[in-house]
Write a protein of this length. Structure first.
Length: 138
């Protein structure tokens, strides 16, 4: 695991920007697959495996918690604050609760995209713009 340091705003960040960039790439790949892997013809909306698996009553919504929990775990390991982790957990909770409502939840999943939201929150919190190395302490 990469050494951690604190940037000028007091946020924990990684000294090894290559490993942090690779970690963000993996998390974004997972989030895209869960939330936006496929384009629906005619309406053009993107859905992912979260939406597809959510069509399976009961089991689908529980199964989609796994990748979301992994993103939350990695966010913790990358140094996200409790406030950011709480927001990420709230996004997952809303996605799970509303997503478990038949039909309405499936429509909600098409627009809410909690995994992509959570990776974006993590990126903003750690001052890690897309395609760039995180800011590190001198």
């Amino acid at each position: 695991m990469a050494d951690t340091a604190y940037n000028d705003t007091g946020r924990r960040t990684h000294r090894d920007s290559k490993s942090a960039a690779a970690e963000f790439d993996r998390l974004e790949w997972l989030a895209r697959n869960m939330d936006a892997a496929f384009r629906l013809p005619i309406i053009g909306t993107r859905i992912g495996w979260d939406g597809v698996l959510g069509l399976i009553p009961g089991v689908g919504d529980v199964a989609t918690l796994g990748p979301g929990l992994y993103i939350l775990y990695r966010a913790h390991k990358l140094g996200a604050s409790r406030a950011t982790l709480s927001r990420m957990a709230a996004n997952m909770g809303v996605d799970f609760v509303v997503g478990s409502i038949p039909l309405l939840g499936d429509l909600f999943d098409m627009g809410f995209k909690s995994n992509l939201r959570n990776v974006r929150l993590l990126r903003q919190h750690l001052d890690f713009p897309q395609g760039h190395a995180p800011k590190t302490a001198a």
